[in-house]
Design a protein around this ligand. Structure first.
Ligand SMILES: *Cc1c(COP(=O)(O)O)cnc(C)c1O
Ligand code: SF4
Length: 455
C-alpha cells in the first residue's frame, strides 16, 4: 500500500502550514470517520483507551491512515486502541466498569489496577538504571545502563505528537506519576557527564523531545554545549516527529529555530544523531516527511532509523526491505530492528523470536550493503540488548544463537551463546540454555545487578 493508492481527500504538501489538532478519548468521537463506525466499535476503543494511552492528531488521521481499510489499516492500529490489545479479562473488567456508570475516580482505580498487571516497568528500568551524583542526589530523569550512553528524560518531553499503541513508555503517559522519569534541570546532566568521563553519548528521549518548543529545547542543549564537556561527543534525539508531525521541521513557528539548534550542535563539533522511529512504509511516503528529512540533514544531523517488529503493523519481510531501501534513498541509516518489549499489549503485537529472525533475514537479503547497517532482531532485556543471531544446527541439535549488542557488563558483548530451539519463545526469559544449565552471564547478573533491585 502506498499513500498514492489511498486516494486521500487532500494531500498536504510540505508548503502547507497546518496547526496540530489533537484527538484523545475526550474528542475522538467527533471525527467523521469514527462516527461512521458502529457504536460497539467506538465503545471498544473507549474501553481500551481508558487503560492504555490514546492520542493521535490531524496529520495521522488525515494523511497516514487509510480509512478505506479500517479496521485493518496499520496506521489505524498503530494509533487507535483495539479491543484485542487488552486481555479478555481486563477488557471485560473495564467494559463493565464503564457500563456501570462509574465516576472518573473509580475508572481511574480500575485502570491502574489493570495497568499494574501489564509489567509497567520492563527490563528493570525503574530500579536498576537510576544514576546518582557523587553528592548522593538520585537522578530520576536519567538512565545509565550502558557505559558510553546515558538517557536523559527532560521533564518537558513526557508526551508525543501521537501515541503508538505498542509503546513500552506507556506508564509515563497515563499518569502513573510516581513512575515518571523527569528531571528539571540540564545542570544535573552536565554534572553527571563531568563525573563520568566514560560517557560519550547523551540520548534525549521522553516521550518525544521534539514535542518541546525550540526555546525550551535550546535551554537544555545550550547548557550542555556551554559546559564544554570533553567526553561528550554525540547528542542523540529519539523522536517520531518526522513521521507524526513533520511540520515541526517545516512550517511550525519554531521550525527554523529547531533546525538552528541542530546546526549549533554540529558547529560545536559534536555529532547530532536523530534516532527516528518509522514503523511502517507509509510513514516515509508523504512529501512533507521527505522534505522534513532533507531539512534535518541539511543541518549536519544524521538520521538513524529504528522500529520494533510488530504483529498487525509490520510483520512482513518485504515491507521491511522496502522501508530500509527507502530510508537509504532518503539519506537515513537503518539502525535497529527491535523485538517488542514484554509490557502493555505484548500479547497483541508480539512476534516469536524465531519468526522475527526469519523476517529480519529475509528482508536483509533483499537490500544492498548500505542498508545492512541495521542490526536485529534485538531484545532490550534486563541484562542487555540481545540479538537473535541465527538458527544453527550444532552437533545435530538445532538451537537459537544469541549475542549481546550491549551488556550491563561490557565484557558480555559479542560472545555467542545458545538457547534451545523454541518457536513459541517471544522474549529472553522464555529461552532455555541449549548446552549448559544456565546462560554464561546469569550468575554475575544475579549477584551484581539483582541485589541493587532488592535495596
Ligand atoms: C539501546 C539503549 C541505549 C543505546 O544503545 P546503542 O546500542 O548505543 O544505540 C542506551 N541506553 C539504553 C537503556 C538502551 O536501551
Ligand atoms: S512516539 Fe515513541 S515514545 Fe511516543 S508513543 Fe510512540 S514509541 Fe512511544
Amino acid at each position: 500500500m502506498t499513500l498514492q493508492d489511498q486516494k486521500q481527500e487532500s494531500v498536504w504538501t510540505e508548503n502547507e502550514s497546518p496547526s496540530i489538532k489533537t484527538y484523545t478519548l475526550a474528542n475522538f468521537r467527533n471525527l467523521p470517520a469514527i462516527q461512521k463506525m458502529s457504536e460497539e466499535k467506538q465503545f471498544e476503543m473507549e474501553v481500551v483507551g481508558n487503560v492504555l494511552p490514546f492520542k493521535t492528531n490531524n496529520f495521522v488521521v488525515e494523511q497516514l491512515i487509510d480509512w478505506k481499510d479500517i479496521p485493518n489499516d496499520s496506521m489505524f492500529v498503530l494509533t487507535f486502541p483495539q479491543k484485542e490489545m487488552l486481555l479478555p479479562k481486563h477488557y471485560d473488567q473495564m467494559a463493565s466498569t464503564l457500563k456501570s456508570g462509574a465516576d472518573k475516580k473509580e475508572i481511574q482505580e480500575v485502570a491502574n489496577q489493570i495497568r499494574m498487571q501489564l509489567n509497567p516497568h520492563p527490563a528493570g528500568q525503574m530500579e536498576l538504571n537510576v544514576p546518582t551524583l557523587k553528592d548522593g542526589t538520585k537522578l530520576y530523569g536519567m538512565q545509565h545502563k550502558y557505559k558510553e550512553t546515558c538517557l536523559f528524560f527532560p521533564s518537558q518531553s513526557q508526551t508525543c505528537h501521537a501515541y503508538c499503541s505498542f509503546c513500552f513508555r506507556w506508564p509515563q503517559f497515563v499518569g502513573m506519576d510516581e513512575m515518571k522519569f523527569a528531571m528539571k534541570e540540564g545542570e544535573q546532566l552536565v554534572q553527571y557527564l563531568t563525573e563520568h568521563p566514560e560517557i560519550s553519548d547523551v540520548l534525549f528521549t521522553g516521550g518525544d523531545p521534539m514535542i518541546m518548543k525550540a526555546k525550551m529545547f535550546s535551554t537544555y542543549i545550550d547548557t550542555l554545549l556551554d559546559a564544554d564537556i570533553p567526553n561528550l561527543k554525540t547528542i542523540r534525539i529519539g523522536t517520531k516527529a518526522l513521521s507524526y508531525w513533520p511540520y515541526k521541521f517545516l512550517t511550525d513557528d519554531d521550525a527554523a529555530e529547531t533546525l538552528n539548534i541542530f546546526e549549533r550542535i554540529t558547529n560545536k563539533g559534536l555529532h547530532i544523531a536523530i534516532m527516528a522511529h518509522f514503523n511502517h512504509l507509509v510513514e516515509l511516503s508523504t512529501g512533507s516527511i521527505k522534505t522534513a528529512i532533507k531539512r534535518v540533514r541539511e543541518t549536519g544531523a544524521q538520521i538513524r532509523t529504528q522500529s520494533p517488529l510488530l504483529a498487525h503493523i509490520n510483520d512482513d519481510a518485504d515491507m521491511w526491505a522496502e522501508m530500509w531501501k527507502k530510508q537509504v534513498q532518503l539519506g537515513c541509516i537503518p539502525y535497529y530492528m527491535f523485538v517488542v518489549r514484554d509490557t502493555g499489549a505484548q500479547h497483541y503485537f508480539g512476534v516469536p523470536l524465531v519468526k522475527a529472525y526469519e523476517i529480519f533475514t529475509s528482508a536483509y537479503k533483499k537490500i544492498s550493503g548500505l542498508g545492512r547497517t541495521v542490526r536485529g532482531p534485538s531484545m532490550s532485556a534486563t541484562p542487555g540488548k540481545v540479538l537473535v543471531d541465527g538458527i544453527p544446527t550444532i552437533n545435530g541439535k538445532k538451537v537459537i544463537s544469541l549475542r549481546f549488542l550491549q551488556g550491563r557488563n561490557p565484557d558480555w558483548v559479542q560472545k555467542p551463546f545458545y538457547a534451545e530451539y523454541d518457536e513459541k519463545a517471544i522474549w529472553l526469559d522464555d529461552l532455555k540454555p541449549a548446552f549448559e544449565d544456565k546462560f554464561f552471564f546469569e550468575d554475575e547478573f544475579k549477584t551484581k545487578f539483582k541485589i541493587i533491585k532488592e535495596n
